[in-house]
Design a protein around this ligand. Structure first.
Ligand SMILES: [Zn+2]
Length: 323
């Protein structure tokens, strides 16, 4: 009993503040939209080379994020964002087992990937519902029930997270988020300082030769560069947040074509079915107007504008109220 009490006290003493917990979560949530923005800019400006990056961005991010988080969990017992804020994951026994790391990886990589895929589908169902396109068929009813269950789940999860934050601040729980409770891990300060040679320090002092390059030094170079990148990411996010109408995840500004000769051929009609529009819907990246169903079906199969070939996703459409 006394041992447990001692362990409990030390856990609470070494636990990070709510601000650090929220800051690391915010950094973790910023990496995806930031890299997505880079992929979108590349695919827009160099479509021949990088259109695949936009089409398979989620899968590319899954692999990159997988490698990053695997490295940080293996060497620092933490995710990239947690390590950036000097935190690490601990269990009640103190050490992190191989199984703990595997579970952490699933919750850091696989579940966010599946969540994003599900959210894409849900967003499309929401558009269909708003346009009263959900029929009373079995498919329509299934889509409606998926929409309502997801909205309820989202609300319940949000309330649970807030309640957990309050309990964490009041020190009545040692789990910073409901996910940590689910996987039975906590966050603590990483007090172990790694005795690794600093790559950039050695380079700036000029006492780095090829013979000195070791695995530890290269690892240090990559890790430090990523951390500097993360710092700039946070900085840019704050900078952009100050501009009221700008967001990092906004579509890139594309130079409008001087004279688009193709547009004349599609005056007052959908470029896909070549008939007058049924529910006119504009594709943001190109400005062409299609029927709602035509463009949605096309974008689900090909992630590009059918006329200009600019990269586009199903959520890049906007309903037009004309006539
Ligand atoms: Zn059409």
């Amino acid at each position: 009993m006394a041992e447990n009490a001692a362990n409990f006290t030390s856990t609470f003493q070494n636990r990070p503040s709510i601000f650090e917990v929220i800051a690391q979560k915010s950094l973790n949530d910023t990496v995806y939209p930031a890299l997505q923005k880079v992929a979108l800019v590349l695919a827009t400006n160099l479509p021949q080379k990088f259109s695949w990056l936009n089409n398979y961005f989620d899968e590319t991010f899954l692999v990159l994020n997988g490698c990053l988080q695997y490295y940080y969990l293996s060497y620092h017992d933490a995710s990239f964002a947690e390590n950036f804020y000097g935190l690490k994951r601990v269990t009640n026994d103190g050490t992190l087992t191989k199984k703990n790391r595997e579970i952490s990886l699933i919750f850091l990589i696989i579940i966010p990937y599946l969540k994003r895929k599900l959210e894409e589908k849900i967003a499309l169902i929401r558009i269909e519902e708003a346009e009263c396109n959900l029929s009373n068929s079995l498919e329509g009813r299934l889509k409606k029930s998926l929409l309502y269950s997801y909205s309820t789940l989202e609300l319940v999860w949000g309330l649970l997270s807030i309640q957990n934050y309050v309990r964490y601040m009041a020190k009545s729980t040692e789990y910073p988020t409901p996910i940590f409770k689910l996987i039975n891990m906590q966050l603590a300060y990483n007090t172990e300082l790694l005795d690794e040679p600093g790559f950039w320090t050695a380079l700036s002092k000029g006492d780095l030769s090829w013979s000195q390059l070791s695995f530890g030094l290269i690892r240090n170079a990559v890790a430090t560069s990523l951390q500097v990148g993360a710092f700039f990411l946070q900085f840019l996010q704050t900078w952009n947040a100050q501009k009221s109408n700008h967001n990092m995840t906004d579509l890139p500004n594309i130079k409008s074509p001087l004279i688009d000769t193709k547009s004349v051929a599609y005056r007052e009609k959908c470029p896909l079915c070549l008939k007058p529009w049924i529910i006119p819907t504009v594709l943001q990246v190109s400005g062409y107007i299609f029927c709602f169903r035509c463009i949605l079906r096309f974008l689900n199969e090909n992630q590009r504008c059918p006329v200009t070939n600019l990269p586009a996703k199903p959520l890049d459409i906007v309903r037009l109220y004309i006539g």
